[in-house]
Design a protein. Sequence first.
Length: 357
Amino acid sequence: MAFAPHRWWMTAPGEPMVKADFDPFPPSAGEVVVEVAGCGVCHTDLGFYYDGVRVKSPLPLALGHEISGRVVAAGPGAAGWQGKAVIVPAVIPCGECELCESGHGTICRRQQMPGNDIQGGFATHIRVPARGLCPVDEARLAAAGLALPDLSVVADAVTTPYQAAVQAGVTPGDFAVVVGVGGVGGYAVQIARAFGATVAALDVDPLKLDAMAANGAALTVNVREVQGRDLKKAVQEFAKRNGCPDTRWKIFECSGTRAGQDTAFGLLNPGATLSVVGFTMDKVEVRLSNLMAFHARALGNWGCLTELYPAALDLVLDGKITLAPFIERHPLDEINEVFAAAHARRLARRAILVPGR
């Protein structure tokens, strides 16, 4: 091997991450070692690092849960994965408990999340259970004009809103509203459109709104300029003009901000479904009786069931979800600088950290 396996450890929140060699070999029974092609920098990583959101593994810990790569070693029972290009799920269920067997793997009590429960993907290698890995057809990948590092964001930024859309029951003819269209929200717009919905995109950033207008949004609204009742009225009028339903809207809160959650809740209408996809430590004051009055529902969404990954990946490889305009690659060794830039909102695209070889 031409380089020593290494990872970047968070030793304490806010302290510079440090590079450390380690030995990921050999994998145990049912495990594989994945040589990391790319690992996306997620809002959740920033929460762990800057905001003191608690991780479940003791520090030091390598963050990173949006991982794509290639299996370079396979333990007993996992030999069939040797050499395969894969996406590592952001939430890996045990696959054996009653919750997993009943289709509730995202709340498996023995789940493992890289960069939280176990060492993560800001590394050259990661050792993970083989169960749930999503195989990548490299011929289709090349035909789509993408490279394996690009698919790292599928592990969370794409699959999480994909599950939210499935869970909310988005179908052709629906009207969907996405609040916050950077990162996860940008893919939520594309997914809802791929499911056949007419989609409204709401954000405070005109550049993000312009990007969504070119990638699936039929309506874009800058919520710095239109708020409260005026916002709901504007969205209602658009829906009416365009023959969209005036009930049962599918609303996706993806901003992970107090203001975004207030906005999303304020858009509830009869029979609406509110999907909470973004995360914030802030508390929001809402009148829950609105759910009763509108006979609406609010759904949380943690990760994505591993069995849904192949269908989400198909949307990417078929060109129904566009990745390239929304991602940018950076060397893994620049992790501290990239985190700082992402936290300061100086990055226009989602950063993917690529290990040097």
